[in-house]
Design a protein around this ligand. Structure first.
Ligand code: SF4
Length: 456
């Protein structure tokens, strides 16, 4: 593990097709990387290359069909990038078992793959990460080139044998909430300013460029909510789940009772982005695609109903990112590694921190809000029914947003210095809980709600 956090905002917040950052965006990125590496092989190897295979292990094998991992691999091999992916192409891929696809490899005229070349390998494996994918280029039965990729949550991937990219050391070096607090106190610097300085150093971008990129992320979140509250019908897959966000929004909008209206609106906005994710449409990982409803729901609400300024929203998003960075650095944001506490739980903590910031809370209360939100997701399992990111995922996002709001409210009273559990301690507890959680409850769809009778 690196000593200090050197994750960029735009590593964490990625735009791409749903329904799962680890099972959709990660595989697209791995396939993109593989295509690039294969393009660099010798002329001799490229002339001999005739077939490309993908072998999917662990949680990829058990829930990959429902998550569309096979189509994600295929679209990545065809050269589509997550951010600009052609959704219509993604949706029609692999329907015909005889269709032959040509990967975007330069200089390999005979290299192709078909649906039968993407293999789901059931059962236990010895790879160090749950979501493992091996990509191979073959000539007849001999392997000319292969690479193993791990998808470690939130769309982050590791290529086996490769060192993580070396980055410029950020000026403010922290590894957890406590070290972040010490820096803020020592330099008497506002938290958002500190995070912005680190981002400038990591990415080499100017403040103006970073603002534009943050606005792009916020716009994509808002678009996902808007599409969701304007769409009705049945979500893809065998469950036959009906979208609810549009009806919920229209009904809540007409309510006179203020508490019902507030809750209904927040539910509707969060459900909307989550339904878009389940439909395989464009969302933002926040920190993952499965949990891509919580922050957009809260942001949409703040922007449209509390009129939070763009500047404040950008700073709030940076602070939400810092919460995600700390969890990712010290534990995990992958449902396959630690269950849903690492996805919706972390999304809720990020949203609670953003809410606290935009409502003028100081560092202590921001930490307190994030801690409370994560604390009340500890132990939450990942057991998507039939392997589809629909039940419990969509409604769970709405509950995550409500918990975030409540966590901010609870954190805004009392003396935060008297808070008995720190954010770092709750992250540690989350990791330990995840480690002790049986595999059946970590995105394998082999236990809990996942095996209920809905899918027959
Ligand atoms: S249950 Fe949670 S972690 Fe699992 S797929 Fe659904 S949203 Fe992701």
């Amino acid at each position: 593990m690196k000593k200090y956090i050197d994750t960029s905002f735009f590593d964490l917040f990625k735009v791409g097709p749903g329904p799962s950052s680890s099972h959709t965006i990660g595989p697209i990125k791995a396939a993109n990387d593989f295509v690039e590496k294969v393009s660099g092989l010798s002329r001799d190897k490229l002339d001999k290359a005739v077939r490309l295979e993908a072998w999917l292990y662990g949680s990829f094998a058990s829930t990959g069909k429902g998550h569309g991992t096979d189509r994600a691999v295929a679209v990545g091999l065809l050269g589509e990038q997550p951010e600009t992916c052609d959704i219509a192409l993604l949706e029609r891929l692999l329907q015909d078992e005889d269709e032959v696809y040509r990967p975007a490899v330069k200089g390999a005229p005979k290299l192709v793959f078909k649906r039968e070349d993407i293999h789901f390998v059931d059962g236990e494996h010895d790879f160090p990460y749950q979501n493992t994918m091996v990509l191979k280029v073959l000539s007849g039965s001999s392997v000319l080139f292969e690479k193993t990729y791990y998808s470690i949550g939130g769309g982050f991937i590791i290529c086996e044998g490769e060192k993580p990219e070396e980055r410029e050391m950020p000026p403010y070096r922290y590894k957890n909430m406590e070290s972040l607090r010490r820096i803020v106190e020592k330099y008497e610097i506002p938290l958002a300013e500190l995070l912005l300085d680190n981002e400038k150093s990591l990415s080499g971008n100017s403040t103006e460029d970073i603002d534009k990129k943050l606005d792009f992320i916020i716009d994509n979140m808002i678009c996902a909510v808007e599409r969701g509250i304007n769409t009705e019908g049945i979500l893809p897959g065998p469950i036959g789940l009906q979208r609810k966000a549009k009806e919920f929004f229209e009904r809540s909008n007409a309510l006179e009772n203020i508490p019902d209206r507030f809750l209904g609106m927040l539910d509707a906005f969060t459900l909307a982005a989550s339904e878009e994710n389940a439909a395989g449409h464009m969302v933002v990982t926040a920190p993952t695609s499965g949990s891509a409803g919580v922050l957009p729901g809260i942001i949409y609400f703040l922007k449209n109903y509390q009129k939070v300024s763009d500047e404040k929203m950008r700073a709030g998003l940076m602070i939400a990112a810092a919460i995600g960075f700390i969890v990712r650095h010290n534990a995990s944001i992958s449902g396959a590694e630690v269950g849903c506490q690492g996805e919706v739980g972390v999304a809720s903590a990020m949203a609670a921190a953003l809410l606290a910031y935009v409502n003028n809370c100081d560092f202590d209360r921001i930490e307190c809000a994030a801690e409370i939100a994560l604390e009340h997701h500890l132990g939450m399992t990942c057991d998507p029914v039939g392997g589809y990111v629909q039940i419990p995922c969509i409604e769970r996002n709405a509950f995550g947003a409500i918990t975030a709001y409540n966590a901010y409210l609870v954190a805004s009273v009392g003396d935060p210095k008297m808070q008995k559990v720190s954010f770092d301690e709750v992250v540690e507890a989350m990791l330990e809980t995840g480690r002790q959680m049986p595999c059946a409850f970590k995105e394998t769809s082999r236990g809990g709600l996942a095996v209920c009778s809905i899918c027959g």
